[in-house]
Design a protein. Structure first.
Length: 373
């Protein structure tokens, strides 16, 4: 049994309304989908992290020219051997983070193949702690006419739609405006629903302290990315001074960075993205690392249906997953979740009892759509 081909395509979703987060305006979102084909006719799907304003064709070139030659011809069941070969390849490349991103898509696709071959959902192969995962709705951006009252109504609608909580942006407006936005959302969703705030690494430590203290009356479940990503001691000082649970480091692809955050008590919830941090295999390692420190994990996810499914399988597989982000704006291919039997209610996403990732997505149709655009 061998890998016959590694393919990729980009799915583009364009937005009519120009909403912005703390850093930039969203006019479109692109998703880089990976397919690993085997010589016995199976195809596994994965996703490579593709966010912000970067060009996904850069990662596609790396996939085809540096990753594919290391994967094609290998036994798709030897997931750890493939990981080791790709990690070795990245050592002297000068692009270790880029290789980890690309590796994530391949790793997830190999787990999808493993589940399809075994006739089991991936979460069961990964550990099978439960068959569902707690979810929250992520959005709460800035935009013309999106005043606190309207924002509160949007977040309340998400709670009514079955999300267990909501997350909104901060640090993209004056502090008083952010406080008004958070206050309006808390009033709209009630005291029982979880409320999270994402400062997107913008404030310095004094600014983060002011923000955290101003938001304390609203009983946040966590404050995400409160200060500069590299300032681990700053994170620790914020959590220590305010007692507010912090979530991070979010966008790091490194187990070593995650370990430093935990060693310095710089976050309460270890946050990472499956599509960025090496795929399902490394995601399981990160969850185990957090578990060893008696910490929960929360999964960052602004992905297509492929990345959402992968993240949900990981979250269901491990015993310490606090929550999975489901985006209210970035919903590429999410219609395939519903058509494949995925359902959410009462704050949880139920994973269907289907082999692999449990998605009906025709990769060739995605390629044809891209070619026709």
């Amino acid at each position: 049994m061998k890998v016959r081909a590694l393919r990729s395509t980009v799915v583009t979703c364009r937005y009519a309304n120009a909403l912005r987060n703390t850093h930039h305006v969203w006019t479109q979102k692109q998703y880089l989908i990976v397919a690993v084909d085997t010589d016995d006719g199976l195809t596994g799907l994965g996703e490579v992290y593709c966010d912000g304003e970067g060009d996904p064709r850069v990662m596609e070139a790396l996939l085809q020219h540096e990753i594919a030659p290391q994967v094609v011809g290998r036994d798709p069941r030897a997931i750890e051997a493939v990981r080791a070969a790709l990690a070795q390849r990245s050592l002297l490349s000068g692009r270790p983070d880029a290789h980890t991103l690309a590796m994530a898509g391949v790793d997830t696709a190999l787990w999808d193949l493993a589940g399809k071959r075994a006739g089991e959902p991936v979460y069961r192969l990964l550990g099978g702690f439960r068959d569902r995962v707690p979810i929250y709705g992520s959005g709460g951006m800035y935009g013309e006419g999106l005043d606190p009252a309207r924002l509160g109504a949007q977040m309340a609608a998400a709670i009514a739609d079955g999300y267990g909580g909501v997350k909104i942006k901060a640090a993209g407006a004056p502090l008083r405006e952010d406080v008004a936005r958070v206050g309006a959302v808390r009033a709209a969703i009630g005291d029982d629903a979880r409320l999270m705030v994402d400062a997107m690494f913008v404030p310095d430590v004094p600014g983060a302290l002011r923000l955290a203290r101003a938001l304390q009356p609203f009983n946040l479940h966590f404050l995400e990315a409160p200060t500069r990503a590299a300032d681990i001691r700053g994170w620790a000082s914020i959590q220590r001074a305010t007692g507010m649970p912090l979530a991070g480091p979010e966008l790091s692809s490194s187990v070593d960075v995650a370990r430093e955050f935990l060693l310095h008590d710089a976050c309460h919830l270890l946050q990472f993205d499956v599509n960025l941090a090496g795929g399902l295999s490394q995601g399981r390692e990160l969850a185990a690392l957090a578990h060893a420190f008696h910490r929960p994990v929360t999964l960052h996810c602004a992905a297509s249906a492929v990345g959402v499914a992968a993240s949900a399988h990981l979250g269901a597989a491990v015993p310490n997953c606090d929550s999975l982000e489901l985006h209210l704006l970035h919903r590429g291919l999410h219609e395939h979740l519903g058509s494949s039997g995925w359902r959410w209610h009462d704050g949880e996403l139920q994973i269907p009892e289907r082999p692999g990732l449990g998605l009906d997505i025709d990769f060739d149709a995605l390629v044809a759509t891209r070619d026709a655009a």
